[in-house]
Ligand binder design. Structure first.
Ligand SMILES: Nc1nc2c(c(=O)[nH]1)N[C@H]1C(S)=C(S)[C@@H](COP(=O)(O)OP(=O)(O)OC[C@H]3O[C@@H](n4cnc5c(=O)[nH]c(N)nc54)[C@H](O)[C@@H]3O)O[C@H]1N2
Ligand SMILES: Nc1nc2c(c(=O)[nH]1)N[C@H]1C(S)=C(S)[C@@H](COP(=O)(O)OP(=O)(O)OC[C@H]3O[C@@H](n4cnc5c(=O)[nH]c(N)nc54)[C@H](O)[C@@H]3O)O[C@H]1N2
Ligand SMILES: [Mo]
Length: 677
């Protein structure tokens, strides 16, 4: 039975190597690649459900046109008709405004393969347009680490098994990075304690030796408290600090502002737990600290990441196996990224594209003038369910003249579009993949014919370009004749060959390749940040109070924090329709016993969760492990809980392009809904 190499294409820690078994012309089995050093033969539940995903009855088969936006009446059209409508609009907007600035795009987490940068290349080829810039997942943390840890090579996740102590701070790998758990268990078997610091008693917390339940957004305080104890107890690596760090004196002085009582009251962590954490950092070596993305999805994310990184610096835990700060890497920068970096046609008077941030997309897009944004292309993305500020997204959609969504499924975003183009699944197209976490490069082979009329994002870019240039010669300089293999070969540059030990792209048909580890530059130094308690003086919760609701000018209080982290059986809104995985078809709001008691709610009862942004009706589930003031729900396309989530730049530490979206800085209230009313 022929076996082919696939790679799970989601924008995930895993980017798992898959062996796909074909029997006849049927995909019969998917298994983790045993020779992929990170995957080591194991997939997550979503991985094992990929056959169902690729052949699901809900997959989009043909291009569709909505008769009138919002009507939900769809007409099947041909690719020729779709292409004709799109290219006519592009040319008309160009005529109207004298440039392509009225055209924009957004690419999300659907498929992270190199060739899925085709959408970026396609727009670049048109010359100046409206580019989207930034990263939804990890900006605050990345910036904080750039300022402190700087340009140190990222530690190899497989080396976490050599750790003497593992601290998972706001990360939930048992749900979001299951293959990392092997290396964590290896370390534990060798005696390394596992500490999990999370407001939720998560799937990972359940497997920890020490679980510290912390009040969300207060992690910097815990880190400052631990640092103060380490310094006071002399449990610091003097030699490392002297030789390998900058600004220790200022940092040490600024720690004087920290009062341990305040640490405990802010974080809701007991003094014993703070002391225990300080003891562990002081006594165990090497320490792997993993800063998850969950930690930094709030207004204080930058502060938290900076503060936590000091604990490894104080104890000299950098630059040797098992020691270090784990967050993410940017190894894609070693590659030509020929599609993303493609240079477009030159405009006689406009030197470059205008840029808007993905973090604040709808607000910035609505503010554009001269010309306004008129056409939006959405690929690998479901912003009407996953974005922050859905009201602004709706307003933006209302103002656009053409919305095109390329997707495999009829998402909320697709349903609000004028045109839907059916995307190929990754089994139907070849691609090349890196993870942002582990250090392996792997190939994804084309093993299935196209599902009905589905096409890859690259194929769509090629065909649209041909059509545009037929109508207006020279309008786009996208290299439409270049084949998939040519694009892949181009990524395997001399530098990439050297880094990964490859002779050519052909080697990747046989196995995945790991990047060579980098030497730490002798000049590298850690820069201590200042302790900035001032950042915490304004409470975001207070800002949200006193806004009016749709139901009248009633003064609304929103006492509970709404947390919506990633869950094991979904990838944001993906896989939700697969009945192998997800049974719930209505929102489930998990609440602790205190909230249940206070609002007289039992498990299974219908409730409404609401705030100034809107409301969502669902079912209550009592989870005794939840802290008193948290309501927990899963992200969803069927019932988008992001209706409740909106962020503004409130002047607290948040700059739209340099911070992550504070998805978890959302305050809500809850009430029972009487079922017979
Ligand atoms: N199964 C699955 N895996 C995924 C994804 C998915 O959707 N599903 N998505 C992928 C993507 S795009 C991303 S960005 C990653 C994200 O994956 P992770 O880095 O694991 O991040 P989150 O799931 O956002 O949050 C992790 C934990 O942080 C906790 N947390 C929230 N606020 C705070 C806080 O203030 N302090 C502390 N200490 N903890 C806090 C949450 O309770 C949660 O348990 O996962 C990737 N992997
Ligand atoms: N409440 C809340 N909201 C969040 C988060 C949170 O923690 N809480 N996390 C945020 C984070 S970290 C992220 S990364 C975003 C993710 O936000 P999105 O990227 O918008 O989320 P997905 O639901 O993964 O949507 C991806 C879409 O791409 C489609 N797709 C898959 N493969 C392909 C392909 O090859 N081509 C095309 N054209 N489409 C494809 C899928 O069918 C799916 O509809 O969500 C953010 N939103
Ligand atoms: Mo993400």
């Amino acid at each position: 039975m022929p076996i082919f190499r696939s790679t799970c294409p989601r924008h995930c820690y895993g980017s798992c190597g898959i062996l796909s078994h074909i029997n006849g012309n049927k995909l019969t089995r998917v298994l983790g690649d045993p020779d992929h050093g990170f995957t080591q033969g194991r997939l997550c539940p979503k991985g094992y459900a990929l056959i169902q995903y690729a052949l699901d009855r809900y997959r989009l088969k043909y291009p569709l046109r909505q008769i009138r936006r919002g009507s939900n009446e769809w007409r099947r059209i041909s690719w020729e008709e779709a292409s004709d409508l799109i290219t006519a609009k592009i040319l008309e907007l160009n005529q109207r405004y004298g440039s392509n600035l009225a055209l924009g795009y957004l690419k999300g987490a659907g498929n992270a393969g190199f060739l899925h940068q085709a959408v970026v290349g396609m727009f670049n080829s048109l010359g100046p347009h409206t580019r989207s810039l930034g990263d939804i997942c990890s900006t605050s943390g990345a910036n904080a680490l750039q300022e402190t840890v700087g340009s140190m090579p990222t530690p190899d996740p497989e080396q976490m098994k050599q750790a003497g102590l593992i601290v998972l701070w706001g990360a939930n790998p048992a749900a979001t990075n299951i293959n990392q758990m092997k290396f964590i268990y290896d370390a534990r078997r060798n005696g390394a304690p596992l500490v999990v610091i999370d407001p939720l008693f998560s799937q990972t917390a359940k497997r920890a030796d020490i679980y510290i339940q912390i009040k969300p957004t207060t992690d910097a305080w815990l880190a400052w408290g631990v640092a103060k104890l380490l310094v006071a107890g002399g449990k610091i690596a003097e030699d490392f600090i002297q030789k390998k760090t900058i600004a220790f004196q200022d940092y040490q002085q600024s720690l004087n502002k920290i009062d341990l009582n305040e640490v405990c009251s802010r974080t809701a962590v007991s003094l014993e737990a703070v002391e225990e954490l300080a003891h562990l950092y002081g006594e165990y070596k090497p320490v792997s600290t993993w800063l998850g993305f969950g930690l930094q999805r709030n207004y204080y994310g930058t502060q938290s990441v900076k503060a936590i990184s000091t604990l490894n610096a104080l104890t000299g835990n950098f630059g040797w196996p098992g020691a270090g700060i784990y967050y993410r890497h940017y190894h894609e920068l070693d590659f030509p990224q020929a599609l993303a970096n493609h240079q477009g046609v030159v405009h006689p008077s406009i030197p470059c594209s205008r840029e808007i941030s993905v973090q604040n997309y709808p607000v910035e897009a609505l503010n554009l003038t001269g010309p306004p944004l008129k056409m939006l292309w959405l690929s690998c993305s479901n912003p009407l369910a996953q974005g922050s500020n859905l009201q602004a997204w709706e307003a933006l959609f209302d103002r656009l003249e053409l919305i095109v969504t390329v997707d495999l499924y009829l998402t909320r975003t697709a349903r609000r579009s004028d045109l839907i183009l059916p995307a190929a699944s990754f089994f139907e197209e070849e691609d090349l993949h890196l993870s942002f976490w582990h250090h392996w490069l792997s190939l994804n082979q084309k093993i299935l014919p196209s599902f009905f009329e589905a096409k890859s994002d690259l194929q769509i870019a090629r065909e649209l370009t041909q059509e545009l240039n037929l109508k207006r010669p020279g309008f786009s300089n996208f290299p439409a004749n270049k084949e998939v293999r040519d694009w892949i070969d181009e990524e395997i540059s001399e530098r990439v060959k050297e880094l990964y030990g490859l002779n050519s792209a052909a080697d990747l048909y046989k196995k995945a390749y790991k990047r060579k580890s980098e030497e730490l530059s002798p000049a590298w130094k850690y820069r201590f940040p200042k302790v900035q308690i001032e950042a915490f003086h304004q409470s975001t919760a207070a800002i949200q109070v006193k806004k009016s609701t749709k139901k009248g000018l009633l003064e609304l209080t929103t006492p509970y924090r709404f947390l919506t982290p990633q869950s094991l059986l979904k990838f944001h809104t993906q896989y939700e329709t697969l009945d192998w995985l997800n049974a719930e078809k209505e929102p489930v709001f998990e609440i602790g016993e205190d909230i249940a008691h206070c609002h007289n709610i039992n498990s299974g009862q219908k409730v409404e969760v609401f705030n100034q942004n809107g409301f969502v009706v669902g079912k209550a589930r009592i989870n005794p492990a939840l802290p008193a003031n948290i309501i927990l729900a899963e992200q969803s396309d069927l019932y988008p809980v992001n209706t409740l989530i909106a962020h503004e730049d409130q002047g607290i530490n948040l700059h739209p392009t340099s911070s992550s979206i504070p998805y978890y800085d959302c305050m809500v209230n809850i009430r029972r809904v009487r079922e017979n009313v």
